[in-house]
Ligand binder design. Structure first.
Ligand SMILES: Cc1ncc(COP(=O)(O)O)c(C=O)c1O
Length: 456
């Protein structure tokens, strides 16, 4: 990017910050938890409130003009989502869900796992993906966890990452386009390898799409899950399963509900599922919130997702450099970063721990508390991604098994786990940047001298 263009881009984001996110500066708050949730721009709230104030919307399952209006809004929103992700309407359908987790569950509970079929999971997965293994296990499928390298990437040469399948159907690969732990972007070439080997693919795009272009024309996973609040902060309670129509039609839903069926006969114990996205939308869809989705996508498009990507890349680089350069007086590093140290194939989330002069990890809770005291939002723990945490923190499987088995229900806590393992390295801190981040935010976290509080 030329200098002039870079300056223009910086100005765009400065203006955006003061126009849409001034509440951050009014509160003196450094928000560094975009992987947890995006922040809503003020205009999205105002426009949506204006729309609701002036529009009559009824339950889309009823008849009448208020209902027809809601139905139209939902269908428009489906089209807009497909357009945003460059997806062909004939190939893909958008099923609105409560969030990404609900979209993942829809696939897990209805997938055709069978004895001997395979569920392949990259060890770096959110628990809402890990949970699918319980459906696979119940149906006798083999569960493979694909191990991670020291940089927390899927291990193996391209084309040799996945195990061969043994039966011809019911094989599924599930992986995140971007890790919510390390920010690693796992390659779309995994999709091709999976297809070549006879797997279908469930791509968890929840952490990827807020700051990266996903084109379902270029990559063709059978299923994709997202949460809209991660993309533009509002509304919560709406996500989507974007699925290939054919792949969706091969799923066996384990139940039916209001809205999902063409007919149900009680006396004949018969029902017929809808043949469209509605077959996956149980009960009344969140039609009021869904009406905000196209506006949120317009907001991102108006700035340009590529520009957002570049902005986040720049902020992440500052963050990484800042953290890496933090030193104790004796020159020892103050921070241990988990995952890639440069910007190659990674997004805007960085996981790390503070370490003492001897290199021992300082409990993440101290950093978490310190950050909160000085008005910095970040995330502490293992971020619902135990596989990446186990690999990053080198947690010994046998030792951890013994500890975990020793806890009665209700007894587990990371503190107790740490005590049992005799290690402080059971969790980490995560900072993540987004559309509203500025240099002050990212400089503040590593360089603020008050952060030294974690060492005293
Ligand atoms: C990569 C990834 N997948 C799935 C989820 C689950 O999203 P939700 O809680 O919105 O269902 C998250 C949430 O942080 C995530 O980061």
């Amino acid at each position: 990017m030329g200098l002039g263009l870079a300056r223009e881009t910086t100005r765009t984001f400065e203006e955006l910050r003061s126009r849409e996110f001034k509440r951050l500066d009014e509160a003196g708050h450094a928000y560094l938890d975009y992987t947890g949730s995006g922040l809503y721009p003020e205009s999205l709230i105002t426009e949506h409130a204006d729309f609701l104030r002036t529009t009559l919307l009824g339950n889309p399952h009823s008849e009448g003009s208020a209902s027809a209006h809601s139905t139209r809004i939902i269908e428009d929103a489906r089209r807009r989502v497909l357009e945003f992700f460059d997806a062909d309407d004939e190939k893909y359908a958008v099923c609105f869900t409560a969030n990404a987790s609900a979209a993942l569950k829809l696939v897990g509970e209805a997938y055709r796992f069978e004895k001997g079929s395979r569920l392949a999971l990259v060890a770096d997965n959110h628990n809402s993906v890990n949970g699918i293994r319980e459906y696979a296990r119940a149906r006798g499928a083999v569960i493979d966890y694909l191990p991670l390298t020291d940089e927390l990437r899927a291990m193996g040469e391209p084309g040799e990452i996945l195990p061969e399948v043994e039966v011809s159907s019911g094989n599924l690969l599930a992986y995140p386009a971007q890790s919510n732990f390390s920010g690693v972007q796992h390659p779309t070439s995994l999709i091709d390898e999976a297809h070549d080997k006879g797997y279908e693919v469930l791509l968890d795009a929840a952490a990827f799409v807020p700051t990266n272009r996903l084109s379902l024309h270029e990559a063709s996973p059978e299923f994709v899950c997202i949460s809209f609040y991660k993309m533009f902060g509002y509304p919560t309670g709406v996500g989507a399963l974007i699925g290939q129509r054919e792949a969706l039609s091969r799923l066996n839903r384990p139940w039916f509900a209001g809205g999902t069926v063409e007919y149900v006969s009680v006396q004949n114990r018969l029902h017929q599922m809808q043949s469209s996205a509605e077959a996956f939308e149980d009960g009344t869809p969140n039609f009021l919130s869904i009406s905000a989705v196209p506006r949120g996508l317009d907001f991102l498009d108006h700035i340009g997702i590529e520009k957002i990507h570049d902005h986040v890349e720049r902020s992440t680089r500052i963050l990484l450099d800042g953290l890496r350069n933090l030193e104790h007086e004796n020159g020892a590093p103050k921070v241990l970063i988990y995952g890639p140290l440069d910007m190659k194939d990674r997004g805007g989330a960085v996981a790390f721990n503070f370490i003492d002069q001897e290199g021992h990890v300082i409990p993440y809770k101290l950093g978490d508390k310190r950050a909160s005291d000085i008005n910095i939002s970040l995330r502490g723990g293992c971020f619902c991604n135990p596989g990446a945490a186990e690999a990053a923190l080198h947690i010994d499987a046998d030792q951890s098994y013994e500890c975990l088995e020793s806890f009665s229900p209700g007894e587990f806590s990371l503190d107790r786990f740490a005590a049992c393992l005799d290690s402080e390295a059971v969790g980490a801190l995560r900072v993540s940047v987004g559309v509203a981040s500025n240099d002050e935010d990212v400089n503040r976290s590593p360089e603020d001298p008050t952060f030294d509080g974690v060492f005293s």
